[in-house]
Design a protein around this ligand. Structure first.
Ligand SMILES: [Zn+2]
Length: 283
């Protein structure tokens, strides 16, 4: 890509032209909207649609598209983090890199934190520290394996800077035995407005004439485990409390002690005062 103002070559990782500083768009979105990615994704979608026509379930596939068009980005975290977001308008949701870089936390001694940097660099070369991760959800809940508080984000806060990927990037790398330097397969990512195309490419062949609308949510996210099968959401830049549309608290995954209940009630009140919808599930 060349800068539309000064013709400078724009590196893949930058958001502004290195010469004239023109805003050239979020690098993850530019990548997902590149002609080679769009072409590869469209080929997969056309294949799924022709299969659905042959199988007599094209109308169900269309319903699935509609449902995914209304899907949201959901992040799951601990109650304390939500408390900070709803208590202080200046607080930002930190990703792993920002938290470690500011000496706010240490990496965990587990398999995720050991390889996280190298995997993320393959997908977002030289800008992986800017990416926040979420999951694509129809019902507003997320991967409670990361924390029992699910934040559903407002579309308006993320739609311009967000892309989706066909599955958990870490598992994708391991499953396909991709090593640093290898090209990544095309047609596995999409911009936020095109997320329904990625869902059709991934899941279209699992839809039959018997599939019910109530099953779409489970099709998109069959489990709430962090290693589960889901469409991963990549948000460029910070996430603020005002980006939260609703909160749901899954009580089946955590036993609230007395002090947790005090904090829980306080978070609920603060969220309601900010106009955030709250819901408690699996009580
Ligand atoms: Zn320029």
């Amino acid at each position: 890509m060349q800068c539309p103002v000064c013709n400078e070559n724009i590196p893949e990782y930058t958001r502004t032209c290195p010469c004239c500083q023109k805003d050239v768009g979020f690098p993850n979105v530019r990548k997902a909207n590149s002609s080679e990615e769009i072409l590869a994704l469209n080929e997969k979608v056309i294949l799924r649609e022709s299969e659905a026509i042959s199988n007599g379930c094209i109308s169900i596939l269309e319903q699935f598209k509609e449902a995914v068009l209304k899907s949201s980005a959901v992040m799951c975290t601990a109650l304390g983090k939500i408390n900070e977001l709803v208590s202080d308008d200046n607080y930002l949701y930190q990703n792993f890199y920002k938290a470690v870089g500011s000496e706010g936390r240490l990496p965990k001694d587990n398999k995720y934190d050991k390889i996280r940097g190298s995997v993320d660099s393959m997908f977002f070369p030289n800008y992986h520290e800017e990416i926040r991760f979420a999951v694509l959800s129809i019902d507003g809940t997320g991967l409670t394996g990361y924390g029992n508080c699910c934040m559903k984000l407002k579309d308006i806060a993320i739609e311009k800077r967000t892309t989706v990927f066909i599955e958990n990037t870490l598992l994708f790398i391991q499953k396909n035995r991709i090593v640093p330097g290898d090209p990544l397969p095309l047609g596995c990512r999409a911009s936020w407005p095109n997320r329904y195309l990625l869902a059709v490419a991934k899941l279209g062949d699992r839809i039959t004439a018997e599939t019910k609308e109530s099953e779409f949510s489970g099709l998109l996210m069959p489990s709430r485990e962090r290693d589960g099968d889901f469409i991963e959401v990549h948000i460029y830049g910070p996430v603020k409390g005002s980006a939260i549309e609703s909160l749901s608290f899954d009580k089946s995954t955590k036993k609230y002690r007395r002090e947790d209940l005090v904090l829980f009630k306080s978070v609920l009140n603060k969220a309601k005062n900010k106009g955030i919808i709250t819901e408690t599930i699996n009580q």
